[in-house]
Design a protein around this ligand. Structure first.
Ligand code: SF4
Length: 361
C-alpha cells in the first residue's frame, strides 16, 4: 500500500480523556466541530450531531449561553454518545450545570471568566466529575482594556500566551492538570506564533485552529495554512476548522488537512492533474464522478486521475491506483505500471473495482 503515513515527531504532551476520545500523548489527532443551532433546539441539535459524527467528527462542542441551553444538555446527553463539550463564556454557574448534565469537557475563555472564586468553582466541579477543561483563549476577548497597547508592543501572540499562563496558575493552585489549551487569533501568523511560544512553556495538549477566519473561500485557506503549519511542527492534538457555514464542512476539511499531511487516513485521496492542452477528455466531470463513487471506500489510498497517458502514469507514480486519459479510452495503472485499458465512461467504476480489490493492511 502506497498510502503515506508520516511520522512527523509530535510534541510530547500529557493526555486527557473526553468521553471516549483521548487528546494528547500518543492518541491520534482528533477532529472536532461545534453545533450551530440554539442548543435548546434539542431534536435539531441531535440531528446536527448525528451528521457531524457520520462525517467523522469525534468531539462536539455546544454553546451554553443561558440556563435553557444548560438544561437542554441533559436531553442531548441522553440522545448521543458523542463526546460533548460545553462552551461557557460569562456565567460560571452554567459550567457547573453543564457538568451536572453529563458533558465530557468544559471550555472556559480566560477573556470572559475571570473571577478567581468562579474559576475555582468550575475547576473543583470538573475535578470531582473527572473531566478536563479547555482553556480556550481568543485574541479578541482575552486582552483586558489597556492591554491592547502592550500587545501592540510585545506582539499579540506573546500577550495572549502571558495571559493564559497567568490564568493557568489558578488551575495549578487547585492541582488540576486535566487541561487542553487553545490560543486562537484570526491572524494566521499570530496564532502560529502563540502556539509555538506556549509549547515552550507547558506540556498540556493543544486544540489548534484559526478563529473567525471567514467563509469557506478564505477560511479553508487560513485553516490549512495555520493548522497545517503547526501540525508539521508536531504541535496540535485536536483540531477544529472554523468556517462560516455548515459544520460538516469543517470536519471534511479537517480530515483533508490531517490526511494531506499523512497523519491520519480517512479513505481515498484523489490526486488529479490541473489539465492542460494535452488533456484527452472532460477531466473535471470524470474527477467528480470518481470522487462520488469512491466516497464509500474507507481504505486510505491515493487515487490518480490524470489527463494524458504520456505524462499521467509517471507524474502520479506514487498513487496506489490511477487512470490516465488517452484518445477515446483511459489506461488504468497501479503504482505507475499500466495494467489495462478502460472506456472513458467506465473510468469511475473501474477505479472503484480496483480500490475495493486492494488488500486491507
Ligand atoms: S497529466 Fe497530461 S494533461 Fe495533465 S497536466 Fe500533465 S501533461 Fe497536462
Amino acid at each position: 500500500m502506497n498510502a503515506r503515513e508520516n511520522k512527523i515527531p509530535r510534541r510530547k504532551t500529557r493526555q486527557v480523556k473526553v468521553g471516549k476520545i483521548f487528546i494528547g500523548g500518543d492518541a491520534p489527532i482528533s477532529i472536532q466541530s461545534m453545533t450551530k443551532l440554539p442548543t435548546e433546539e434539542v431534536d435539531l441539535v441531535l440531528r446536527q450531531i448525528e451528521r457531524l459524527v457520520a462525517e467523522g467528527c469525534e468531539i462536539v462542542r455546544l454553546a451554553v449561553p443561558d440556563r435553557k441551553a444548560a438544561k437542554a444538555l441533559q436531553e442531548i446527553r441522553k440522545g448521543t454518545d458523542a463526546p460533548l463539550v460545553a462552551d461557557i463564556h460569562l456565567n460560571y454557574r452554567l459550567a457547573l450545570e453543564a457538568i451536572d448534565n453529563g458533558v465530557d469537557k468544559v471550555r472556559v475563555n480566560p477573556g470572559y471568566l475571570r473571577e478567581k472564586e468562579q474559576v475555582q468553582a468550575v475547576i473543583r466541579k470538573a475535578k470531582a466529575a473527572g473531566i478536563p477543561i479547555r482553556v480556550g483563549a481568543n485574541s479578541g476577548s482575552i486582552l483586558r482594556a489597556g492591554e491592547m497597547g502592550r500587545a501592540r508592543l510585545s506582539g499579540m501572540a506573546q500577550a495572549m500566551v502571558d495571559r493564559v499562563a497567568d490564568y493557568l496558575t489558578l488551575f495549578e493552585e487547585e492541582d488540576f492538570g486535566d487541561i487542553v489549551i487553545s490560543l486562537k487569533a484570526s491572524d494566521v501568523v499570530e496564532t502560529v506564533r502563540a502556539y509555538e511560544l506556549m509549547a515552550e512553556r507547558c506540556d498540556y495538549p493543544f486544540h489548534v485552529g484559526i478563529t473567525a477566519c471567514g467563509p469557506p473561500s478564505t477560511g479553508i485557506v487560513a485553516s490549512s495554512m495555520g493548522i497545517g503549519h503547526l501540525l508539521l511542527e508536531g504541535i496540535g492534538d485536536t483540531v477544529r476548522v472554523s468556517l462560516t457555514g455548515d459544520p460538516v464542512d469543517e470536519v471534511r476539511i479537517a480530515k483533508r488537512i490531517l490526511q494531506g499531511l499523512g497523519l491520519r487516513g480517512f479513505g481515498p485521496m484523489i490526486i488529479s492533474c490541473p489539465t492542460c492542452g494535452r488533456c484527452h477528455g472532460d477531466l473535471v466531470s470524470i474527477v467528480q464522478e470518481v470522487e462520488e463513487k469512491l466516497s464509500t471506500v474507507s481504505l486510505p489510498i491515493k487515487v490518480a486521475v490524470m489527463g494524458c497517458e504520456v505524462n499521467g502514469p509517471g507524474e502520479a507514480a506514487e498513487a496506489d491506483i490511477g487512470v490516465a486519459l488517452g484518445r477515446g479510452h483511459a489506461v488504468l495503472f497501479r503504482t505507475g505500471m499500466v495494467v489495462r485499458k478502460v472506456r472513458l465512461q467506465e473510468v469511475a467504476d473501474a477505479l472503484l473495482l480496483e480500490a475495493t480489490s486492494l488488500p486491507e493492511e
